[in-house]
Design a protein around this ligand. Structure first.
Ligand code: UDP
Ligand code: MG
Length: 344
């Protein structure tokens, strides 16, 4: 199914075809409420002629192990079976064979929306933390000329102190590394067709959309909203995934850590030269006492330094390996419109 846009009569602007892209991983607990709120939102936008009838809510099932996909199918086939009564058949979905991660699910949804001919997309999380009412303002700013509109949290009150602290440190680190990012913006944003086309040209496997989108360089604007608590279920970003995500962000945008390793190597070379001179002087002066402590400390310190440095280099080498294999980021096995194993 594609957006069936007709050429506007001269001077008449038509309402845009909007695709709301929602990545879902084991979200059976929030889907009924999320789909209700989103379809209510699209109903109201359509009533006010702010979107076209062929707009859609596109769920991306990221290899969920619960009933997420069957619920998405039900929303598409018969929304009333899920307790929804939308004015239009808003719901559609694609399904991955395997869990590929939030960023890949998001990217797949955006590219699917582009393929289906959308004029603009809004991406948001399934857990209703992102306030759907901000979409109105996003559309208004897009109509006013902003190609990308970021949804920025007005506060982080709903986050744990740990998440607030680590997020702040991460934004500072990224800024220091020279990576352009929009602070306090998760992946809630509107992107117009032009920026989606530009995004389609980014073929890297090491995907960090929060860095890539600002790097696209279109006119942007922001909309502030209060981020709510997760509606139900638990976070799909445990600490391990959060750390990996941060690492992805750093390594996909900056080679500075590798330079630091080189600098560290140089510094330790200078220190070891000084140590050599010192040791020789001590030996010539006949003051060679058993320096067990200093020896042990330096062995451990230099050993640790070498291991950390190797680790940093390894992170980059590993990513180069993944990039040059050029594997697909995800495989879509099914869509709500077809049962074909390859999604045709
Ligand atoms: N998500 C996903 N794949 C994953 C992990 C998460 O598609 O491997 C989705 C998830 O269903 C949600 C969004 O990404 O819609 C953000 O996840 P979550 O709300 O759990 O993250 P948090 O808000 O806790 O950082
Ligand atoms: Mg969340």
């Amino acid at each position: 199914m594609t957006c069936d846009r007709q050429a506007p009569a001269s001077g008449v602007s038509t309402a845009p075809c909007l695709y709301v892209v929602v990545p879902c991983y084991n979200e059976e607990e929030v889907l009924p409420e999320a789909s209700r709120r989103l379809s209510d939102k699209l109903d109201s936008l359509l009533d006010r002629a702010l979107i076209s009838e062929d707009s859609r809510i596109l769920f991306v099932n990221d290899g969920s192990r619960d009933r997420t996909w069957s619920m998405i199918r039900a929303l598409h086939d018969d929304p009333s079976s899920m307790g929804a009564a939308p004015a239009r058949p808003w719901f559609t979905g694609i399904c991955f064979a395997h869990n590929e991660g939030h960023q890949n699910a998001l990217y797949a949804g955006l590219m699917e929306a582009l393929d289906r001919g959308c004029d603009c997309s809004v991406s948001l999380d399934a857990d209703l933390q992102d306030d759907v009412d901000a979409i109105d303002e996003m559309l208004a700013k897009h109509a006013g000329g902003a190609e990308i509109v970021y949804g920025v949290r007005s506060n982080r009150d709903t986050d744990t102190a740990f998440k607030r602290g680590t997020a702040g440190m991460f934004y500072d680190l990224m800024a220091w590394l020279g990576v352009e990012m929009v602070s306090n913006c998760a992946d809630y944003r509107l992107m117009g067709r032009r920026s989606l086309k530009a995004l389609a040209q980014y073929t890297e496997v090491n995907l960090f959309l929060r860095g890539i989108v600002p790097a696209l360089g279109f006119t942007t604007d922001v909309v502030y909203y209060a981020r709510a608590e997760r509606f139900a279920g638990e976070s799909k970003y445990p600490l391990k995934k959060m750390v990996l995500f941060a690492l992805e962000g750093i390594t996909s945008f900056s080679i500075k850590p590798i330079r630091w390793v080189t600098m560290l190597g140089l510094v330790s070379l200078v220190v070891s030269l000084a140590m050599m001179i010192y040791t020789l002087v001590q030996a010539l002066a006949g003051r060679v006492v058993a320096g067990w402590s200093s020896l042990m400390i330096s062995i451990w310190f230099v050993g640790g330094l070498v291991m950390v440095s190797l680790g940093v280099v390894g992170e980059y080498v590993g990513r180069i390996y993944l990039e040059c294999k050029g594997r697909p980021r995800y495989i879509v096995v099914e869509t709500t419109e077809s049962d074909g194993v390859d999604g045709d």
